[in-house]
Design a protein around this ligand. Structure first.
Ligand code: NAP
Length: 247
């Protein structure tokens, strides 16, 4: 199986969780080679492969290399993504940032899904789990990121789950939407005041750990646990209902 963004907080937790289940895991990274190598050592020498997932050729090469490493791929967790930290309202959002965010999230996930589905076409079976976000689902802000994640867990997901069975009758595609999760992506933002604010709409009043998210990814990827589950979106957000818009 392949985890994209395995050099990141949630991706590395996914890689560990899949490895704990006995999966042979290929780790993907982009700029975080050192983090990927450290994880590789921890996981007994799991192959670590680099690719910029916004680049078509690099994504295609990643899947060829992953297949060479494992002889085939049956599971893919498409975890890589980018959250641009500055909170810029739409009237101040540049076209460059809009396009960059869509490319780093939506286009990268499309290219990953396409690469994986070509493997599914070869093997006749597969399970894909994509990572969305509560952004664009039950909360908003960061319009570029929310729009990209929303497209992944709606239009892309629903199309993929219907298309994949044309090449593999039991293949499945699902999505996990983390809410706020402790990771390098959010570490500098999660002040006690922000945590107090964001947990106000959450009955389970805490920020998620990467492991909370990873276990759900593994459960959806598993044919044993989720063999008749496809096209579904599972939030790992403590029951979040939205965001506080006014004090
Ligand atoms: N943390 C949260 O609160 C939260 C909430 C909702 C959804 N999510 C989503 O969860 C996923 C993982 O986030 P995280 O919190 O684990 O963040 P993270 O620690 O910053 O990890 C992001 C990962 O994406 C990879 N990546 C970024 N741009 C890439 C590119 N152009 N090509 C290939 N890989 C690229 C990074 O690779 P390198 O580091 O190697 O460059 C890294 O492995 C993302 O899709 C994110 O949007 C996170």
């Amino acid at each position: 199986m392949l985890v994209t963004g395995a050099s990141g907080g949630i991706g590395s937790a996914c890689a560990r969780a899949f490895a704990e289940e006995g999966c042979r895991v290929v780790l993907h990274y982009h700029r975080g080679e050192e983090r990927a190598r450290t994880l590789s050592e921890e996981l007994g020498g799991a192959p670590a492969l680099a690719a910029d997932l916004t680049d078509e050729e690099q994504v295609d090469r990643l899947f060829t290399e992953a297949r060479d490493e494992l002889g085939g791929l049956e599971v893919c967790a498409a975890v890589a993504g980018v959250w641009p930290k500055p909170d810029e309202p739409v009237w101040e959002l540049s076209l460059a940032r809009w396009e960059e965010t869509l490319r780093a999230n939506l286009t990268a996930t499309f290219l990953t899904a396409r690469g994986f589905l070509r493997e599914v076409a070869r093997s006749g079976h597969g399970s894909l789990v994509m990572i969305g976000s509560t952004a664009g689902l039950v909360e908003a802000g960061h319009a570029d990121y929310a729009a990209a994640k929303s497209a992944i867990v709606h239009g892309l997901l629903l199309s993929l789950k219907n298309e994949v069975v044309r090449i593999a009758p039991r293949a499945r595609v699902n999505a996990v939407c983390p809410g706020w999760t402790e990771s390098p992506m959010t570490r500098s933002s999660l002040s006690p005041a922000l945590v107090e604010r964001i947990t106000r709409t959450m009955p389970l009043r805490k920020v998620a750990t990467p492991e909370d998210v990873a276990r759900q990814v593994v459960a959806l990827a598993s044919d044993r646990i989720s063999g008749h589950v496809t096209g579904q979106v599972v939030s790992v957000a403590g029951g979040m209902e939205g965001r506080v818009v006014h004090e």
